[in-house]
Design a protein around this ligand. Structure first.
Ligand SMILES: Nc1ncnc2c1ncn2[C@@H]1O[C@H](COP(=O)(O)OP(=O)(O)OP(=O)(O)O)[C@@H](O)[C@H]1O
Ligand SMILES: [Mg+2]
Length: 371
């Protein structure tokens, strides 16, 4: 334990103002379970209300990291009005090792072997999250990257069907071996339990399943770890951000107004927990007649750009609706492999390059988040 360092950490936290409350983080009671270990690791729970600026977390992390002697800063962001968190907090300044036997609030672990952890999400079902995730994975692997994909959809896993793989994973030395297809390592609840068996599972089990996938699957060393999220902003999203340090999120939407509103809520959820949104992908963005190359727009259009503008992030791609794509996908052949030169194949290839560019740019400008 280093008293001096602890005092310095306390002083930094007392200097940072929450503009909404006109008071500092310590006096506002926004810091809980502060722990400063002798080796310089700092950890605490950050109570960030819905109307507090999410940038406060980043600001705090930067300020703490700037202290000499601080080797690591672990911040667990909790919405005080959200689901109940640990009420058995150790006293402020308690030593880091779990010597108290008290339950700790969940704090996202860093799995440095996974490389960049990217969540593919949306607020709404059926907009093409899995299509985007699977094609992104395959395109990255084709470019020589080491890629894993985790299907976080417990109730309706899409990954097995989209890769055409339905085998049971092997367990070697207590570690689950991922399946491999098109050069991508895969894990999905669909490989492990019978169809519909997971339908009765609730939040805590989802958390356990995702944590097991992160921890107990032999992923090896990866460059990209993609997470195919279920629709909505519910348990799986919360479980993921509490279980692993997510580098960024890609938000998928369709061009319609309604879908954009859902996607916006989905994106805000990531921003709130300090996960940068890399950008927006608009899927089913009109239809290109394969015979004539003529393009048709349905209903309203431009929703992807509107959402991107609203979030202040780039539009990473516009994937046209393409006849035959679903049938091929159902046979385990992602379009970037089966028809790379088709309009959707080309658009997904361009999207992949945009994601890589954005992920690289973000980790340069925000090394603290994407460390
Ligand atoms: N651009 C496209 N052109 C044609 N079909 C598409 C396109 N994108 C997705 N699809 C098809 O639409 C269906 C829904 O897509 P997908 O499963 O990727 O959506 P999702 O957002 O993952 O859905 P869920 O919320 O159920 O997980 C699939 O059958 C898929 O093959
Ligand atoms: Mg899906």
């Amino acid at each position: 334990m280093s008293d001096t360092l602890e005092a310095q950490v306390g002083a930094v936290l007392s200097r940072i103002k929450n503009p909404r409350l006109d008071s500092d983080l310590m006096s506002a009671g926004m810091v809980r379970d502060l722990q400063v270990a002798g080796d310089g690791r700092v950890a605490f729970t950050f109570l960030l209300g819905r109307s507090d600026p999410a940038t406060l977390v980043r600001e705090t992390r930067t300020a703490l990291k700037a202290l000499s002697g601080v080797t690591d800063v672990k911040i667990t962001v909790v919405d005080p009005s959200g689901p109940a968190q640990s009420t058995h907090a150790p006293p402020t300044g308690a030593p880091m090792p779990q010597s108290t036997g008290m339950p700790q609030p969940p704090s996202p672990a860093e799995y440095s072997n996974l490389g960049r952890v990217i969540a593919i999400s949306s607020g709404k079902g059926g907009v093409g999250k899995s299509t985007v995730a699977v094609n992104l994975a395959v395109a990255l692997a084709r470019d020589g990257k080491r890629v894993g994909i985790m299907d976080a959809d417990i109730y309706g896993p899409n990954v097995p069907r989209m890769f055409g793989i339905f085998d049971k994973p092997a367990v070697v030395g207590g570690r689950i071996q991922p399946l491999v297809a098109h050069g991508v390592k895969l894990m999905s609840i669909g490989f492990l339990v019978e169809r519909d068996a997971a339908a009765i599972w609730r939040g805590p089990i989802i958390m356990k399943v995702l944590q097991q996938f992160l921890r107990d699957v032999e992923w090896g060393e990866l460059d990209y770890f993609l997470v195919d999220m279920p629709p909505g902003t519910g348990d799986a999203q919360l479980s993921l951000v509490q279980s692993a340090q997510v580098s960024g999120a890609v938000i998928v939407t369709t061009p319609q107004e309604m879908a954009v509103g859902d996607a916006l809520r989905g994106a805000k959820m990531f921003e709130k927990v300090n996960v940068p949104v890399y950008g927006v992908v608009e899927n089913m963005a009109g239809f290109t007649d394969p015979a004539t190359g003529q393009r048709f727009e349905f209903f309203s259009s431009g929703g992807g750009q509107r959402l991107a503008t609203e979030l202040g992030v780039p539009l990473l791609g516009q994937i046209p609706l393409q006849p035959g794509l679903a049938e091929q996908a159902d046979q385990g052949l992602p379009v970037v492999l089966s028809a790379p030169d088709s309009p959707a194949g080309v658009a997904l290839g361009a999207m992949t390059r945009a994601v890589v560019r954005e992920a690289g740019a973000r980790s340069m400008s925000l090394p603290i988040i994407n460390q």
